[in-house]
Ligand binder design. Structure first.
Ligand SMILES: [Zn+2]
Length: 405
């Protein structure tokens, strides 16, 4: 067998997201897909003659990021909901384009929390499209690694009919959960907003039964939570994480911290919508009433994340791209939003790296270490003090050279 190609990234800074300070003058030696040495540039040791040296001077090495809330089969944009009804073949193409965008933006892992179901021509069975994407990408080391929740499970009257699996009582909820896991979902996604926003769609007992069932099968349960009533039920029922958490209070975050429940933040949605007030004529974004309503929800959502942060809740960063209006290369926007909500910049980067890996139970995800995968990218600037440096991607170690913009 041929020896793996050796590449040395010389004299970079290193941002590990474990504290506020960069390590400077670092050289990283990569063999094939693994990091074999990380040393001070002044002490690289003896290098084999065939090593290819990349002068990384002035750039910063950042662990490949984890987008903890994504929808890989959907494109995003201001008509994001309509796009969910595009033909399955088109959505699979969208996923490939999203795979490109994720990689070029330094995102190595994506947690897919809902995709439309479609008939798989290979066996005639209807299942979540993202499961097919996971299968394709698992065979291609340049693609993002994904974990998939299957299709959204919601009460009727909440999402667009035809997009989700509807369950109006406990037995139906449990049956829907079983179908998703039988189809091969890595986790379950319950939609804990009800047809009425002040009421959760199911009881804590109903949700707890699903959590126990999923845990028994080695899968986790996460819950979409736009409003407080649903958040309370999810927390009571012991879900592993809440998505969005746009309306949390001090009692809710205290319970989350105690139980170890993750919050997956998606605050950049509001920045995206605010941008649509300038770029579209859609009344809910561009009209005065719409703008006011969005601004109110945004304030409340930022306050929820701030409360969670202060209470010590573990926070992972997500874009909601596709299922919301962001695009697949916008995770830096969420890191910026977390800083606005009170996280220190290095903590916000940890939410997009180490914390995302913990949420996924993937010990290598979002980390960089000798012996680990060469899953890092290089930016200009110090992301430990300035999240906007994450937009300035120069190179991505896991992509072929030709790929780099
Ligand atoms: Zn979503």
């Amino acid at each position: 067998m041929a020896r793996p190609r050796l590449t040395l990234y010389r004299d970079a800074a290193l941002a590990e997201a474990r504290g506020p300070s960069l390590q400077k003058g670092v050289s990283v030696l990569v063999a094939g897909r693994r990091i074999v040495a990380m040393r001070p540039t002044s002490d690289e040791g003896i290098l084999p003659p065939e090593v290819r040296v990349i002068d990384a001077g002035g750039s910063t090495i950042v662990p490949g990021m984890v987008d903890a809330h994504s929808h890989v089969t959907l494109p995003g944009g201001s008509h994001w909901i309509d796009r969910g009804f595009d033909p399955p073949e088109e959505l699979l193409d969208v996923a490939e384009r999203n795979g490109d965008l994720l990689g070029r933006a330094g995102v190595r892992w994506a947690r897919d929390v809902g995709s439309p179901a479609a008939v798989d021509p290979r066996d005639g069975k209807k299942r979540a499209l993202a499961l097919r994407v996971r299968e394709r990408w698992s065979r291609d080391s340049t693609r993002p690694q994904i974990r998939v929740a299957g299709t959204w499970i919601a009460h009727s009257g909440v999402l667009q009919p035809g997009l989700d699996i509807e369950a109006d009582d406990g037995p139906a909820l449990l049956a829907a959960a079983k179908v998703q896991l039988d189809d091969g979902a890595d986790l379950l996604k319950l939609y804990l907003d009800g047809p009425k926003k002040e009421e959760a769609p199911w009881s804590a007992e109903d949700v707890r039964a699903v959590v126990e069932f999923a845990h028994g099968r080695g899968a986790k349960v996460t819950a979409h939570s736009g409003f407080l009533a649903g958040a309370r039920v999810g927390i009571d029922a012991g879900v592993d994480s809440l998505e969005h958490g746009f309306e949390l209070d001090s009692e809710a975050v205290a319970a989350m911290a105690r139980q170890g429940t993750f919050l997956v933040s998606t605050l950049a949605i509001f920045r995206s919508w605010a941008s649509f007030s300038q770029t579209t004529t859609i009344p809910r974004f561009a009209g005065d009433e719409g703008k006011e309503r969005m601004a109110r929800r945004r304030e409340r959502a930022i306050e929820s994340v701030r409360l969670a942060y202060r209470a010590g809740v573990r926070i992972a960063a997500g874009t909601d791209f596709g299922g919301g209006s962001l695009r697949a290369n916008h995770l830096a926007w969420e890191v910026e939003s977390l800083v606005e909500a009170g996280l220190k910049p290095w903590e916000a980067l940890a939410s997009a790296t180490i914390q995302g890996g913990e949420l996924l139970d993937e010990p290598d995800a979002g980390r960089i270490f000798e012996g680990g995968p060469a899953d890092f990218f290089l930016v200009h600037g110090d992301p430990l003090s300035d999240p906007t440096s994450l937009w300035r991607v120069w190179r991505v170690a896991w992509l072929p050279d030709s790929f780099i913009p």
